[in-house]
Ligand binder design. Sequence first.
Ligand SMILES: NC(=O)c1ccc[n+]([C@@H]2O[C@H](COP(=O)([O-])OP(=O)(O)OC[C@H]3O[C@@H](n4cnc5c(N)ncnc54)[C@H](OP(=O)(O)O)[C@@H]3O)[C@@H](O)[C@H]2O)c1
Length: 401
Amino acid sequence: MRRISILGSTGSVGVSTLNLIEETLMPGVDYTIEALCAGRNAALLAEQALKFRPAVAVIADEAQWPLFQDLMRGSGIEIACGIDAVETAAARQADWVMAAIVGIAGLKPVWAAAGTGATIALANKESLVCCGRALIERAEAAGGRILPVDSEHNAIFQVFETTQRDHIRRLILTASGGPFRGRTREDLKTVTREQALKHPNWSMGAKITIDSATLANKGLELIEAAYLFDMPASQIDVLVHPQSVVHSLVEYTDGSTLAQMGPADMRVPISYCLGWPDRHPWKAPAFDLRAIGTLTFDAPDEEAFPMLRLAREALMIGGLMPVVFNAANEVMVQAFLAGRIGFLDIPEAVAHAMKKAESRSMALTVNLGHDIGQILLTDAETRAELAGRCGAFDVSQAATA
Ligand SMILES: NC(=O)c1ccc[n+]([C@@H]2O[C@H](COP(=O)([O-])OP(=O)(O)OC[C@H]3O[C@@H](n4cnc5c(N)ncnc54)[C@H](OP(=O)(O)O)[C@@H]3O)[C@@H](O)[C@H]2O)c1
């Protein structure tokens, strides 16, 4: 029987994870839930807690505490509130942790969970982008490991032969291209929040959907892949594949290229992480290649979508530059979602923040050891740097969102 914690249980990935668990595992026989944590959605968290009976349920947003207490009254379930309480819950001993908080808010909880020796199914790519290999090393030193939930990295993980890593020539991440594939930079000047939120293939939370529209998501994934698979930027390519059928590929030196395919449904990679090292059967949707018919692949347009190039630069500079890239992107996406700025202000501000970070000759080499303080400081400095570009959006809101 496994003890399972879900960080970000009310989000898109969190809900899919609970659905899979409910569909395929027996409570009290196969699993118990140790912790459920959420940001603001007290009603859904309470509903989940009453159904799954975790040892503890935590709501991060203190404004939701009175409502959450009301909803949980008489349940006998331990409850708590606040960002620190989320971190404390993440540090509780569990066997399997789904890390599905969005953004930098996931960093401290993921870092805490990594110290427990649990197997961490990592959806919160932002924490890995910021911590780099230190997060993986922390998990492994504690006797645990990080399993990638992102469909692209999960695909690579499935076809990456660790014993043949000297024979791996390239990793190829596929990208749907998002809702604005084929648009020019000129076209992108006037696109709206609503248009950007309409992803053609995937149903996801708002932040990652905007990241998909700017290609920042692919940029974050490029950095994520470099750290997860310990590969240099020069050996990671991106191909635009609008059908989202081939989730990523690994090219070997003997001319073989292995790919993982499947429906565009996050329950596929989540189930792989739930079952690993075995397969976890569930009622997966039919996958009919005849109905799909044609698969196409193209180079990304880095002129119209510069976020991919900026992410690659951040990775190559290394140290804290991925933290700057991530923080700048996150705060500008929040401002875009709040209707304060235009779509193209996002890459423009990220490029500005990266330039400033370089010109401040910020200590860009970092030896994290067991301290994430430097990351949080750089995150805060980057947000402050962009305060004037966010259209009066409160940059501190993004840090706790
Ligand atoms: N969705 C996908 O298909 C997908 C695919 C690959 C990777 N990912 C990655 O997975 C992560 C989650 O994505 P998502 O699409 O599931 O996002 P989402 O739908 O926006 O959900 C985010 C979750 O984080 C919670 N949260 C926010 N701040 C928190 C805090 N301070 N403490 C505790 N919980 C907090 C939210 O709670 P409330 O809703 O209650 O506020 C919610 O449960 C992101 O890093 C994303 O890049 C997602």
